[in-house]
Design a protein around this ligand. Structure first.
Ligand code: GAR
Length: 187
């Protein structure tokens, strides 16, 4: 199973996938790692692992549709079986979803459909829920929407800050993402 992983930030979930592949516990080939902006640590991690990388810089494209087309072309060139949005903070165009229908997997640090968006951890804390978690799902053209594949609950504890809670969620998120990718590879 060939995957392309898309990142916008630190790529700690990507690192977990890289490590699982390297250890032989995840039978997946990471064809490439792409980002929507230059200078992400996620791309550095990929390069350090010897993986192909690409950047389709959102800011380099005058029209949104130009960026959409460039992203689709860059990802499709690797002929992935699945595309994984791992902290990729952009909504992709309907054309991208059509091209990878049922093959675009997103991970999110909340129990969807609650708390979608860029601040899922913060929003759950602000609401005052006592249990949040993480979700891996097939993404559609909405904001963190699409059929849910798997979820893990994580309790919010007294004394949690957004960072502390997000780190605890990420521990669960990495395990869940690797499990889902392993299941997809075995299917
Ligand atoms: C992850 O928690 C991921 O679920 C979240 O960004 C983080 C990326 O961390 N994604 C979203 O919030 C999408 N709405 P990482 O770059 O260290 O893997």
């Amino acid at each position: 199973m060939r995957i392309v992983v898309l990142v916008s930030g630190s790529g700690s979930n990507l690192q977990a996938v890289i490590d699982a592949v390297a250890s032989g516990s995840l039978p997946v080939e990471i064809a490439a790692v792409g980002a929507d902006r230059p200078g992400t640590f996620g791309i550095e991690r990929a390069a350090a692992a010897g993986l192909d990388t690409f950047v389709v810089n959102f800011k380099d494209h005058a029209a949104r549709t130009d960026w959409d087309a460039a992203l689709l072309e860059a990802v499709a060139a690797y002929k992935p079986d699945y595309v994984v949005s791992s902290g990729f903070m952009r909504i992709v165009a309907p054309g991208f979803i059509d091209a990878f229908e049922g093959r675009y997997v997103n991970t999110h640090p909340a129990l969807l459909p609650s708390f979608p968006g860029a601040h899922g951890v913060r929003d759950a804390m602000a609401y005052g829920v006592k249990v949040t978690g993480c979700t891996v799902h097939f993404a559609d053209a909405g904001v963190d929407t699409g059929p849910i594949i798997a979820q893990t609950p994580v309790a919010i504890l007294p004394g949690d800050t957004e960072d502390i809670l997000h780190e605890r969620i990420k521990v669960a998120e990495r395990e869940l993402l690797i499990k889902v990718l392993g299941d997809l590879a075995a299917a």
